[in-house]
Design a binder for this molecule. Sequence first.
Ligand code: F6R
Length: 635
Amino acid sequence: MCAAYSLQMRSACNAESGEHMCGIIGYVGARKVLPILLGGLERLEYRGYDSAGVCVLQNGKIVWEKSPLSMTSGEKVKHFASTLNAKKFDGTTGIGHTRWATHGEPNRTNAHPHFSSDGKFALIHNGIIENYQELKKWLKKRGFRFRTDTDTEVLIHLIHKLYRGDLAKAVAGAMKRVEGSYAIGVISTHEPGRIVAARLMSPLIIGLGKGENFIASDSPAIIKFTRKVHYLEDGDFASLTADKISITRQGGKRVRRKTHTLTYDIAEAEKGGYPHFMLKEIYQQPEAIADTLAGRIKKNFAGVTFGRLGITDAWLKKCKKVVFVACGTAYHAGCVGRYFLRDVIGLDAQVEFASEFRYFPPELDKNSLVVAVSQSGETIDTLVAVREAKKLGAKVLAVCNVQASTITRESDATIYTHAGPEIGVASTKAYATQLAAIYLLGISLGELKGKIKPAARKRWLRELSEIPRLAQRTLEKTKLIKQCAQKYRDCTTFLYLGRGYNFATAYEGALKLKEISYIHAEGYGAGEMKHGPIALVQWTYPTMAVAPRGKMYPKMVSNIEEIKARNGIVLCVASENDRAIKALVDHVLPIPEVSEELSPLLAVIPLQLFAYHVAVVRGCSVDQPRNLAKSVTVE
Ligand code: F6R
């Protein structure tokens, strides 16, 4: 499965197997397909990178190659591509896959595509087949032999078994028997020049070309060739030839799906001169925040507009409770949102982990607004929480980066963050833009409810519109961060402390450090430190404190003093020109003066850069940290 990011451990799971976050691509047309597949897989590498494979239909045969990918090489698919004998592949229809497995060794056998025993059918899959064991038993009894440890293999045997001269019908028949999630692409020597695809709970798009068509998990894989796409809905089947696309539902009923035009720049999907996507994305933050704000702040700071939101102002005015729901970094954005709504507009606001929400939902009713925050719009826990919230009668507003993603389609309304594609597995610009969108939402709600007076609204909006410039200034003061990264590169553990609005910043900073540098880091509320973690403090356990000026500043200073009194080392994100902090701590990471409420937008930047530089000096794979993928489309 694919599309957002994950902390799933590849080897940890034994209850289920599957390809949870993978990238799939397929092409049918007149060009040689191999370079198209390999180029697409390179752009989909962020969805999974433990193994890859391609197969091509030619001369009545399926020619294929697959391989585990090197976990140490930075250019995984590229390296795989360089090992292929391109002359072997001259067909013009094919499918390719890059895998991220939670179970089952990432070896050549388990890599996709998977094949029928007669070699006439091939399939790529992103998802989990939950009833695969039952199906496997059933197929084995009927003489099918299994070669891999994957759940996916049942699909290709089922399709083979059900084939009666129509690949689309065989695929539909197979998927009828399947429980779980899937985005698949299937080809067969019986029907050269055709790809059949299907989707349920895993992203899949169709790219529309002239005399050629594509399937892909995500648009960067095909944008080089076409900007016109259909987003398949759950339960859709698609049959593609070079000249025709037909989309049907189970039972064969034809449906039409809207044609969307991809608007982002092709260069945005590339590194643009930076050594890593993550660094590029950190540096894109001023622009990305400006894009989130663009067109939404009325002239003279006269208010906020989201255009036609899909939830009316009248409803928002009456809304009594807001619950943010999200995972990982997006959850941290929700934490900031919760405080902003409580503190600035006095609204009943809370934040929930999406993975818990489904099992322990908060009290919701028709006056509740659930704000689902997600970069990818495909995170399964968040999606399931959206469904649960709707069942409970709440309205759902998505704050999302990916156009027409599943969460946006299932929500009542969406505020797009307009951050552009985020390729680095560690989320950076998506976080900043989620915060910006949440502040806009808060200001708008506050005004609708009469909780923010015009003068305050003007002040907030003016300050928010200054953030891109201030973020740029923050980025210019990074020399010291690199030095700190060098100095602390060999630490084995770090404590991140913050309070109030920057409680979440501390958590986010710790998450960034651990996910890309593999240094253990613990985010903690600074006020809670004396209730336990202070026992750990000594010179080998450095603290990263987040203490810009504001209401919580004196409290943070006291907490820092407690650490210094115990010989702890303190690095501190603080307001520039704060001499008192400078005298107290070991290193200051300065940010421009800004109101405490909006300070998370700036305070996170030095922490992103610190994590980045530590990871670089430690020789870590920054954009593709081990065991992670960009999308977590499995529970
Ligand atoms: C961390 C990170 C993740 C994601 C999380 C949710 O750097 O990127 O924690 O924030 O997996 O993903 P989305 O926002 O796509 O729902």
